[in-house]
Design a protein around this ligand. Sequence first.
Ligand code: ADP
Length: 838
Amino acid sequence: MQDQEKSRDQLIAELNEIRIQVSNLEASLAASSAQSSSEKDEKIRNLKTIVAQGEQRFRLLFENSLDAVVITDTKGKILECNGSFLKLLGYSTKEELAQKRIAEIFCDPEDGPKMRRELESKGFAENFEIKLWAKDGHCLDTVHAISVFKDSNGATIGYQGILHDISSKKRTEQELEEALKSTAAETEKLRSMIEGMEEGIVLADTSGLITEANSWFLKRASLDRDQLLGKHIWNFHTDVEILTKLKCLFSEYGEKKRTKPLTMNREMFGLHVCLRVQPIFVNGAFQGIILNVVDITDQVIARLAAECANEAKSQFLANMSHEIRTPMNGIIGMTELALGTELTSEQKEYLDSVKISAEALLSLINDILDFSKMEAGKFELITTDFSLRDCVDNTMSTMAVQAHSKKLELAYDIVPDIPDNLSGDPGRLRQILVNLVGNSIKFTAKGEVVVRVATEMEGHDFIELHFSVSDTGIGIHEDKLASIFRAFEQVDGSTTREFGGSGLGLAISSQLVEMMNGRIWVESEIGHGSIFHFIARFGFPVQPALRVIPRGRVTLDGVRVLVVDDNATNRRILEETLRSWGMLPTSVAESTVAIDTIISANNRGAPFSLALLDFMMPEMNGFELAEAISCHKGSNLEKIVMLTSGGQRGDAAKCRELGIAAYLMKPIKQSDLLDAILMTLQKTPDSDLPPSLITRHSVREARKRLDILVAEDNVVNQKLAVKILEKMGHVVTVASNGKVALDILETGTFQIVLMDVQMPEMDGFDATRAIRDKEKITGEHIPIVAMTAHAMIGDKEKCLNAGMDGYISKPISSKELEKVIYTVLNSVETPTLRLKGS
Ligand code: ADP
């Protein structure tokens, strides 16, 4: 290529040289008229040679030129063209183009006249773009430099065009133009889109400089577009946190430490806004951000209003709960006190009715309060360790009276291998059972009501139990099977209906079951009865409960107790109750007086061992008072029992924080209060763990801990039995033979005896016979379980014949022992219940 260029330059130089020579020769020819004709001829020959050389050189130049060259006459007929021209248009020989007019290969017929005009006016045309048809029919973009050939008189004799193919350049230009057009269209589209948006949009580049913002933002920021564009995005936030966060985000996005958007709720332009920073990455490279500013003022106000309303609702509920329970407490407490006095049988009957009605009213009120709490989303389950069998058993015992009065058989059956110690809310489980069993009793005229408990599923830290309550009652119509679980829905909602009820029981039960991660449903057939099923999930206790109520070991005689309650009726009930246990109560109505009373008692040398504080009091509530007492030097009062008429979320945690020993819900049963006080006054065991909070549930749980007498001569077996039983939370006394056992039974109180059969001095059979003989006089019956190493045929019968109630063969396993104890106790203590499956 370079060579070609060079030779062309050379040719041009040579051609110029020839021109000079020709003109020199012409001049000398003209000047020398005196020359001879032979001289002239020679000069003419020379001239012709030079011209021929020139022509040859010109042809070389013409043919070798890289530029496509074409020569036409004045009419545009192609006279000559070079190889580059042929190549450009895809022709192989010049003949193919001979006789063609140049206009024939113009794609646009307008180009011919246009070119002519240009040539006529200027005498040449430069950078003239023409589209030419190639031989194969495609269109080529070319640019021409056209000059005119003239004769010596200045008349035009033809044209020469030098042209280049600019197709690829044109293509690139066109693509660029189209791209620009579409980018401009996209940008325009984007701009009009963000303009119309009902939220602020700001675009910023990688260094945080604002490149675009919509009028929503400009209006709120009170700025013109020009004032904003090119400024740093963080200049518009006075909030230091946003400012720092934004700066930090840009570097995180830049370094790709973060790629996700960030959302923050803040106040801006006097509004509550949600700021969303969305990074833009193109092919993985950070290009900048889009900041969305959404006005959420309305939502925030609505949420605050809802929160206020909810707060007011729960405050109202707490107040209602207090206002309703306080007089109920008065009615039930006073009735209990009155029932403890000398009464005629008529008066007793009336008061019993008052008590039953009051308790029914209280349970209805509790339902309504529970339901309202659930509606307000303020209802929470507690989690405590409890015994499943105790819970079901207690519930069934209380329902037994109702069932018996209708001559219905009431029974329950818990599959024996279900573990007894569970963690969950026993109070609420009981509530569901009471409701379902209560309904079954209510809607059944004859037959039976049976509760069954089986394992639905067991995981390593949970168990799902399937409870079913079946009855032989009136049944439920198919189309009501689902609706009865909704609030206030009853099969018969008319005022003339036969059965009473609020229609809330199943709605509450179904919510409770849901909170226990379970579900509830019913199968029923009109006239044949119903089976209500529910599945509930429970956990397992982390450590077994070991608290034991030391009934009879802690004396309440002469124990000073302070009662703080603003309600006079409550104070009176508490005072009388406490006094009946030999305690020395002092009661005050105001919190402020309470502290003075404690201090003056200390100064007199007669300090209070215990304080019972009401939670809901004017001026200072129970928690505030407990805190004031513990902070006050010289008050020195460690044991506090809190009585409340409406539990609130977080109360238990607050109690633990303030070192409150017990937390009890009013109205409180005398026996629950007594046990709670006994447990509170019991010395805290030596343990690093804080003593657990005493509640109505833990009291009831602890009450089931048994005093057990183990008669066993072998020391190893004694130790084993003690260990297993204590682990279950029972209190164990050991007798080394039957005789010792008889002596111990004379003085102590036990709920069960585990009796080894083979013992020195007096064996288990003799000891049992002796015990049963004595009981013939007292009318009592202490359950006795035989423990024997001889698991021989007939051994069991021998034990039972001797008067024992159960039988376990050695080596004893804790599971077997637990099962036999519960089986024996249930069959002995609650004859109204038939225990199935064991
Ligand atoms: P209540 O019993 O207070 O009316 P519930 O929510 O406990 O409210 O029950 C709703 C309705 O479901 C009852 O009114 C009754 O019509 C129907 N129902 C519930 N249990 C039974 C049952 N065991 N047998 C027949 N009908 C029942």
